[in-house]
Each structure stands twice: as C-alpha cells, then as structure tokens.
Design a protein around this ligand. Structure first.
Ligand SMILES: Cc1cc2nc3c(=O)[nH]c(=O)nc-3n(C[C@H](O)[C@H](O)[C@H](O)COP(=O)(O)OP(=O)(O)OC[C@H]3O[C@@H](n4cnc5c(N)ncnc54)[C@H](O)[C@@H]3O)c2cc1C
Length: 338
C-alpha cells in the first residue's frame, strides 16, 4: 500500500478546500489497515479516519496520517422469511448500499437514499433523513482500536445513538477506532415511512409506494434542495435542528404561525434551524467565497477558493444572530478537524 506525503485532500472532502495531509493512505483490505496502524513509523502520529469527507471541515492542513479505508464488500450473514442481516465494509459507498438493498426489496434504508459518504461513517453520525435514522436498522458495528490494535464489537445499544450522534464521537472512542464494517437488519415486507413533509408531498399521487418509488422520490426532493458538492462545496446540513423547551417553542409558534415544529422528546420540541437562519436574513447571503445556500439555508457553501476559516467565521456570525434574535444556540453538525 502506498503512503503519500503532503497529499492534497481537495478531492477527498466535499467542501473542496485546498488542504493537505502530512501522510495519506487508503488501505484496501482490513489486513492492510492493521499493518498500517501497527507500523512504528506512523504509530505516534495523530490519525484521522475519513470516508467520503462529506461531513468534515478542515481549517488547515492535517499534520498527521489520514486513513481512508477502501475495502468495500457487502455480505449477507443471515436471512429468513421476514428479514435479512447484512454487513457492509467501511469503504462501501453509502448510496450504493441503499441501491443494492432497494433492488433486492429489503426495506429500511430507502429514505436514506442519496446521502453522500460511506457505510463506515454512517453510524458515527447516525445519519438521518425524511423521518428515518440509520440507528433504526443497525444491528452492530465492528471496529479496530487504534491504540491496542484489538478488534471491538458494538451492539446497537452500545453505540448510544442520538440525534446525529453516537458513542464514536465521544469518550475514549473519538479518534481511537476505525470502524471496519457495520451490520444492518432490513425487512422484506416493510412499510415505507412517507409522512415527512417534502417526501409525503412528492408521493402524494402514490399512496402505496414501492421501495424503489420512495428512493426515487427522496432523490428528486434532495436534488431540488441540496447543492451538488461538485458545483458548490458543502457538507450538507451545517447545523443541527435545536431542541428547545416546549414552552419556548410554543411561544415561538404563537408569534410565528407559519413555523412548523417537530417533536424531540417529552419536554422538548425541535425548531428547524433553516427557519431560524432564514428569519435572521441569512438565506442566500454570500460573504466573499462562501455563503448560505438559498434553497436550503441550513447548508453553508464554498463557491470556490473559500477556506475552512471563512466557513467557520460565517457559521459564528449566523450563530450569533440566531442567539441574539431567538435566544437559541445553534450547534454544528459538521465535524471540524483542526
Ligand atoms: C450534499 C450533502 C448532503 C448530505 N445529506 C445528509 C443527510 O441527509 N443526512 C445526514 O445525516 N447527513 C447528510 N450529509 C452529511 C454526510 O453525508 C454524512 O454525515 C455521512 O455519513 C458522512 O460520511 P463520510 O463517509 O463522508 O464521512 P466523513 O465526512 O469522511 O467523516 C465523518 C466522521 O466520521 C468519521 N469516520 C469516517 N469513517 C470512519 C470509519 N471508518 N471509522 C471511524 N470513524 C470514521 C470521521 O473521522 C468524521 O469524524 C450530507 C452531506 C452532503 C455533502
């Protein structure tokens, strides 16, 4: 396996910043990954594991070893009349996995169609879209510890999934494991989830859609709202939808009747961050080489030539104006690397 020095990362993350890694390697087998992590030359260097780089924000060059697992098998490990359990290697392109499942008639991931990135990263962020989160179908996650080189298995419960959150972003695991593969349990006769606003509107004329129809509807809605990173660099939703106490949310709804709220838990309600950002006048605003995507203000974009620091400054200004107008703190969803 080749280990590159001073390697350009522009093509390996969707914001498209001009940044480099001191070292970069793309192991194409779990054995090559193990050997790389064991190599005394790189043992002490900080390490960053990346998939498709679609949820990363680099503020500067990475002064360590970037590892991009490339192994990409999909294996069926169990099957009965109702369900199928299958493993996807870390380097499997997420949307190819979804397409594979939909083509076989296995339900559970069709609403997650079109999300960029890899199967290895999907549990880290607990990816979600149109009323479904990947935690709903994850059976377990296999990983390799970077410090001890020991394999470790996480059951779904051990992953401690939350809203765009998991144990892999916290505690001893952050930057100390490489997820090598994830196991999913999907259903042969599942009922598609179609209640989510934009998706239910897209399927209005199709009351009992097939998995393939749900997938096509999701892809069509996504094309309308989200910028193609090949055209304008971005990392999808830059902020999480904040959960606020019910009393505060209902006061907001009374003041702004057009506002749609979403249940979070018994005591809190989710307010769409896109709406908060739009209300503060940021929708479609451009600041130098970066800006706020007009069709979906939750997405910050690099029009070309912008830097991670430009995006961070824009994000801070947005956070400040939302806090000043609504007293609500916006939390970032994208992973800031350095
Ligand atoms: C246009 C666009 C639309 C998007 N839409 C959605 C959406 O609808 N819903 C949603 O949830 N997200 C969305 N995202 C965000 C992003 O696609 C997801 O978070 C995705 O899971 C990131 O996958 P990745 O392989 O690119 O991970 P990366 O960005 O490379 O990494 C993300 C995090 O996971 C870690 N990581 C990656 N691989 C591994 C591994 N094998 N082992 C351990 N850690 C690892 C990284 O260190 C980093 O912390 C969108 C992004 C874009 C650009």
């Amino acid at each position: 396996m080749q280990i590159h020095r001073d390697y350009p990362l522009k093509a390996h993350h969707t914001f498209g910043f001009d940044v480099k890694a001191r070292y970069y390697a793309a192991p194409d087998t779990p054995e090559a990954l193990h050997a790389l992590l064991a190599d005394p030359l790189y043992r002490k260097l900080p390490k960053l594991i990346i998939g498709g780089g679609s949820n990363l924000l680099f503020r500067a060059d990475y002064e360590g070893l970037v590892i991009q697992p490339r192994f990409h098998a999909i294996d069926i490990v169990d099957e009965d009349d109702d369900s199928v359990t299958l493993c996807a290697d870390a380097g499997v392109v997420w949307d190819e996995f979804v397409d594979y499942c939909v083509q076989h008639g296995w339900g559970g991931v069709e609403n997650l169609s079109g999300i960029p990135g890899t199967a290895g990263a999907a549990p880290v962020q607990n990816i979600g879209a149109y009323g479904v989160e990947v935690k709903d179908v994850i059976y377990g996650v296999e990983a390799l510890r970077i410090d001890s080189l020991q394999p470790v298995f996480f059951t779904r419960e051990a992953c401690m999934f939350g809203y765009r959150d998991s144990i892999f972003k916290h505690t001893a695991w952050k930057n100390n494991i490489v997820i090598t593969r994830a196991t999913f349990k999907l259903w042969k006769n599942s009922q598609p989830v179609t209640h989510y606003g934009a998706l239910s509107a897209a399927l209005h004329d199709c009351p009992t859609p097939t998995l393939a129809q749900v997938r096509q509807a999701v892809l069509a809605v996504r094309r309308q709202k989200l910028p193609d990173p090949a055209v304008a660099g971005n990392a999808g939703s830059f902020f999480k939808n904040p959960a606020v106490p019910c009393a505060k949310a209902h006061a907001l709804a009374a003041a702004y009747p057009a506002l749609t709220l979403y249940p979070a838990n018994g005591e809190e309600v989710k307010v769409p961050a896109a709406w908060l950002i739009e209300q503060c006048g940021w929708k479609g605003k451009r600041v130098g080489q970066v800006g706020v995507h007009a069709p979906q203000p939750l997405v910050l974009v690099n029009y070309g030539g912008g830097t991670g620091n430009d995006v961070m400054q824009l994000a801070a200004d947005i956070q400040q104006s939302v806090a000043a107008k609504f007293g609500i703190a916006l939390e970032m969803e994208a992973n800031v690397v350095n």
